[in-house]
Design a protein around this ligand. Structure first.
Ligand SMILES: Nc1ncnc2c1ncn2[C@@H]1O[C@H](COP(=O)(O)OP(=O)(O)OP(=O)(O)O)[C@@H](O)[C@H]1O
Ligand SMILES: [Mg+2]
Length: 248
């Protein structure tokens, strides 16, 4: 299958210090690719690099036939690539409805906005129930949902999620991964960075392990689920999801 999101030989860092080096990966339409790795491995840096947020980035990124290199974030969004960063990114003083409208700022067709909003809210009943509530008063999980919902208003062809489950209660974690699966079911290419290795490998089609800015292992999620190295390094002896910092 040809890749929807194609990343080729991407290197990037901060202020001339390279963090991510020579990373290539493909995310086919309708599939979830999970990136796992210890704290500081460069996972967030990789997503920022793909989203053209790091000056001096090298390599090539394509979405379908569109070359994304050098495009500003709004242009990337317009081209169909959405990104939910690891940090919270809702507008706390705005309501859910207003936050969603911000996500639709690239659209100028009121009927289309209404239709898309309706479709997105069907995925997130908890948000529909409180459209007038200020985003800042939502639980962490609800805010994550809102961030994801907001990016879906542009009907992206590919979505990058950085640690979508961080800080969420177990039930909410399941909801997040269900949502990712449903997006993939609609043909979206999903690239997700996760510390919850067990959950993400259960939801993903492919897994990629990053260490020190490089890909050290890439395989089907099923193979990685039964890979000794993954179990030892990322799942812990007791089978607990990895959660401790890598650096002593
Ligand atoms: N804005 C920044 N300026 C300088 N160095 C940074 C910056 N952001 C991250 N780094 C460094 O880049 C390296 C990789 O960080 P990154 O955030 O990509 O890791 P990560 O794999 O996402 O980790 P985590 O699992 O903790 O989120 C780290 O050594 C970090 O200190
Ligand atoms: Mg990170």
């Amino acid at each position: 299958m040809s890749a929807m999101l194609s990343v080729r030989d991407v290197s990037a860092g901060y202020g001339g210090r390279m963090i991510v080096e020579g990373v290539s990966l493909d995310v086919p339409a309708g599939q979830i690719v999970a990136v796992i790795g210890h704290n500081g491995a460069g996972k967030s840096t990789l997503l920022k690099a793909v989203f053209n947020l790091l000056p001096g980035r090298r390599g090539r990124v394509r979405l379908g036939d569109t070359v994304l290199d050098g495009l500003a974030p709004q242009r990337l969004l317009a081209a169909g690539l959405a990104y939910v960063p690891q940090e919270r990114s809702t507008f706390p003083k705005l309501t859910i409805a207003e936050n969603l409208r911000m996500g639709a700022y690239l659209l100028d067709d009121a009927a289309l906005i209404a239709e898309r909003t309706e479709r997105v809210l069907a995925l997130f009943p908890a948000l529909r129930a409180r459209l007038g509530q200020l985003a800042g008063t939502l639980s962490g999980g609800e805010q994550r949902m809102l961030e994801i919902a907001r990016t879906l208003l542009v009907a992206p062809r590919a979505v990058m999620l950085d640690e979508p489950s961080i800080g969420l209660a177990p039930k909410m974690v399941d909801t997040v991964f269900d949502t990712a699966r449903r997006l993939a079911g609609q043909g979206v290419a999903v690239l997700v960075v996760e510390q919850n290795v067990r959950k993400v490998l259960a939801a993903a089609d492919t897994g990629i392990v990053m260490e020190m800015g490089r890909i050290v292992l890439a395989d089907s999620a099923a193979s990685l689920r039964s890979d000794d190295r993954v179990a030892r390094l990322y799942l812990g002896a007791a089978g607990r999801a990895f959660s401790a910092p890598a650096h002593p």
